[in-house]
Ligand binder design. Sequence first.
Ligand SMILES: O=C(O)CCC(=O)C(=O)O
Length: 291
Amino acid sequence: MIPRFDASSFKGITPEMREAFERDGVLVLDGLVSEAACDSLRKHMADMVTDFDVSAHRSVFSSTSEAHAQDQYFLQSGHETRFFLEEEAFDADGNITKPKELALNKVGHAMHDTDETFSAFARQEAFRTICEGLGHKQPLPLQSMYIFKQPHIGGEVVCHQDATYLRTEPETCLGIWVALEDATTENGCLYGIPGGHKTGGVRAAFRRTPGGDSTYTETLDDTPFDEDKKVPLPAPKGTVLVFGGLFPHMSSANRSDKSRHAYTLHVIDGAAHYPADNWLRRPEHLPLKGF
Ligand SMILES: O=C(O)CCC(=O)C(=O)O
């Protein structure tokens, strides 16, 4: 069983937390973010969605079809705030069937550097403390996402390792995933394979082509994920799940009538090498910056 730690008065990573993280590949920190902070981030996103022109941007994000992967709107989202829709929000003729606030899959991937509210949320002291406590010398927020997991149509996220998408040499990616609403087995909470970060290496690398205007996935290790061993990681509002880059995790489709909003920040160690063929690129005017 994956241990849960009461983090409502979090002061730092304890030896027990580090041991759990090293053994399981994931750390569950209950109550780390206050309910008020979750609500205020949700309100800020609701305002951003109000300003979003859905008729101008109809990019879909799907971890099953990966249709987004060659889309310039997606490829430029490493330095922008971009809005991606759910595959199931469209009918067979390509018409959107839901109001935009119920049609979005996620917003990403640079809000932590392009938006003041998201920057302050991403750079909260506890997140820096987590990264340093788990070994980062120079933690660098790289990617952030606001994930809606909409009622009824919230898409599945297939089993993956974050190190496939955000690669450093050596591997240093940490995912800090925050439940902004209660995440349960009914509304599509995360699942993970405890200890799965030690069975085989990083399975695949998602890379930019040399020209930079497209991507491809290269298989590095064909050991299958042992999905029979997956366990649910239910997360009450305010819980933070911390994943190592090799931890296999996933979430199923949300068929319930409740949304499951979440925020994720992926952080790398600036002391490691960040290969130029990572999909996420930053232009000179928006370099990565630390906490
Ligand atoms: O929230 C989800 O369903 C998936 C999130 C995820 O895989 C991640 O943040 O790495």
